[in-house]
Design a protein around this ligand. Structure first.
Ligand SMILES: Cc1cc2nc3c(=O)[nH]c(=O)nc-3n(C[C@H](O)[C@H](O)[C@H](O)COP(=O)(O)O)c2cc1C
Length: 416
């Protein structure tokens, strides 16, 4: 054991009373490994067993959808009823090996649901599709009041089934410009009923969902919320508003606030510099006692130990580095820690790289998740600092998986 990183190996007691074994928090990354019937494939269990054995304290799954009519992308798992309970149980058993927590991230994409999977998306209001992505996304219609209540019920149903299957917690996705994030933002929420207008009204659906999940799962079951520090849009959800929502969620007994930022149009969640959203996290720590998982940009054990020992963040949210090295947390705690360098994903042509950046990089990571599930390591070309990922292979994979729509930016850009 390495004393230098002591802060990272301290157990953490969550507000609900559950103790997490250490401070590593695997950030949700959409695996796109659902079956045709939207169930979890056996590969998901294999992938999560690998991460569990790699030493991480909390594993959050990639986003699981609460409505099969509204997917974020092809290959999503959907939980609406108990038809996939047996496969969900296998996933849960694998992901809780080695004392890891396994939390299911629950999501509804709202307007961020591409045409390839959804010709008729919904949103708080009938606003435009994401700017610059009009070809890939249809314009949404506004949810009726009954449909808003149905969305709430779907989050609760999915959380209850996750608990029954053996997942040890859930995370409600209210960040990155998806439906609950659209409700929070005045740029996408122009409703005039009790779910729109004032911040109190815009956060109502999220607060109601958290409260209803708590009632359904009982007091001892962890509930996390992934929340934007801001949308990166001055007309959207701001840092000051986010702090007020965080305080309210804390009052509702949320166990972890997973802090991120941005939307499809402004992908700050993946292309920040240093540790992303650190200034916001410092402000948050001053006003809210709830444990925070700050996510984005952690690449060295020193950064992570410093974030925890300085009180900026109780947990460190790690995404892409846990694809490059799924055993990183265990290695750090054993004292063999090295930084993780994210490989450059490249076609070898600067112009093509610029044009394909978002789709190519995310698809490269999706491809690597499949390799990890097969027990292989990530595919790198070259060695040391020259090691890079093959952009052409990623694009071929994207076309196979998603058709020509793959060439449009589906998710986010990435520079770090
Ligand atoms: C391939 C991929 C898929 C992602 N899918 C999700 C997701 O389903 N839900 C979510 O909240 N964030 C998702 N993210 C964002 C990550 O959780 C995280 O916020 C981001 O990668 C920044 O952390 P990092 O710098 O440690 O990678 C995804 C990121 C990547 C690279």
């Amino acid at each position: 054991m390495n004393r230098k990183y002591d802060a990272l190996m301290q157990p953490l007691e969550l507000p609900c009373g559950v103790t997490v074994k250490n401070r590593f928090f695997k950030a949700p990354m959409s695996e796109a490994m659902g079956t045709k019937e939207f169930g979890p494939s056996p590969e998901l269990a294999r992938l999560y067993r690998r991460w569990a054995l790699g030493g991480t304290g909390i594993l959050v799954t990639g986003n699981v959808m609460v409505d099969h009519r509204h997917l974020g992308e092809p290959g999503n798992v959907v939980v609406e009823d108990e038809r996939h309970l047996a496969a969900l149980k296998e996933w849960a058993a694998a992901g809780t090996a080695n004392g890891a927590q396994l939390w299911m991230q629950l999501n509804h994409p709202g307007l961020q649901s591409p045409r390839s999977v959804n010709p008729a998306p919904v949103a708080p209001s009938a606003v435009n599709p994401p700017t610059g992505l009009e070809a890939a996304f249809a314009a949404p219609r506004a949810l009726t009041l009954d449909e808003v209540h149905d969305v709430r019920q779907r989050f609760v149903a999915a959380a209850t089934i996750a608990q029954k299957a053996g997942f040890t917690g859930v995370e409600v996705h209210a960040a990155h410009g998806y439906l609950l994030s659209q409700f929070l933002s005045p740029a996408t929420n122009r409703r005039t009923d009790e779910y729109g207008g004032s911040l109190e009204n815009r956060m109502r659906l999220l607060v109601e969902i958290v409260r209803a999940i708590r009632e359904a799962v009982g007091p001892g079951f962890p509930i996390g919320v992934k929340l934007n520090s801001s949308d990166g849009d001055p007309q959207g959800f701001t840092e000051d508003e986010s702090l007020l929502v965080a305080a309210r969620l804390s009052g509702e007994g949320v166990d972890v606030l997973d802090i991120s930022g941005g939307t499809y149009t402004r992908p700050t969640m993946q292309d920040g510099v240093g540790v992303f959203f650190a200034d916001y996290a410092r402000r948050l720590a001053e006003v809210v006692p709830t444990p925070v998982a700050l996510t984005g940009g952690f690449r060295t054990p020193e950064q992570m130990a410093e974030a925890v020992s300085s009180g900026m963040s109780e947990l460190v949210g790690i995404g892409r580095p846990l694809v490059v090295n799924p055993a990183w947390p265990g290695e750090i705690l054993d004292g063999q820690a090295r930084p993780v360098r994210l490989p450059r994903i490249t076609t070898g042509f600067k112009r093509a790289d610029r044009k394909l950046q978002g789709a190519m990089v995310n698809t490269w990571y999706e491809m690597q998740l499949r390799r990890l599930a097969q027990g292989r390591d990530v595919a790198l070309r070259g060695r040391g600092d020259q090691a890079h990922g093959d952009g052409w292979a990623a694009m071929a994979f994207a076309l196979r998986m998603h058709g020509p729509a793959a060439l449009k930016r589906r998710r986010l850009g990435q520079r770090s």
